[in-house]
Design a protein around this ligand. Structure first.
Ligand code: CO
Length: 134
């Protein structure tokens, strides 16, 4: 069901500093920051030949990544995103298998303006999973 690895997301305390690390130290192509108020984050994407890295900082008062940053003050891997062809089909299959979809289960538009859903880490080896319909 899952396809390509779309991105690995890393929460960071300072988006500009993290962008510099990826651009200047690691020599990668880094996008401009994009604010995503409906997700409570500001994101930057690092383009790799075979995938992407999403750098995230909290945006607004009740950001879902704020607590993560409190526990991981220098940042850390937050989620991984797999591509799916049909996110509704994928969601219904996962629910039928007993997996928990976060929130109301209705896909939201993600950073690439494509529908995304998040899956409970306890059902997936301790890792928060994002599904993105491509
Ligand atoms: Co993501």
């Amino acid at each position: 069901m899952i396809g390509k690895l779309n991105h690995v997301a890393i929460v960071v305390p300072d988006l500009e500093a993290a962008s510099e690390v990826y651009r200047d130290t690691l020599g990668a192509t880094v996008s401009e920051p994009v604010e995503m108020p409906e997700h409570g984050v500001t994101t930057v994407f690092v383009e790799l030949p075979n995938s992407k890295i999403e750098l995230l900082v909290p945006l607004g008062g009740d950001s879902p990544v704020a607590k993560f940053l409190e526990r991981n003050t220098s940042g850390g891997v937050h989620h991984i995103c797999y591509e799916v062809v049909d996110i509704i089909l994928a969601r219904d299959r996962l629910i039928a298998k007993g997996a928990r979809v976060l929130g109301d289960g209705i896909p939201k538009l993600g950073a690439h303006n494509k529908p995304v859903l998040f899956l409970h880490p306890k059902d997936f080896c301790g890792t928060l999973i994002e599904l993105e319909q491509v």
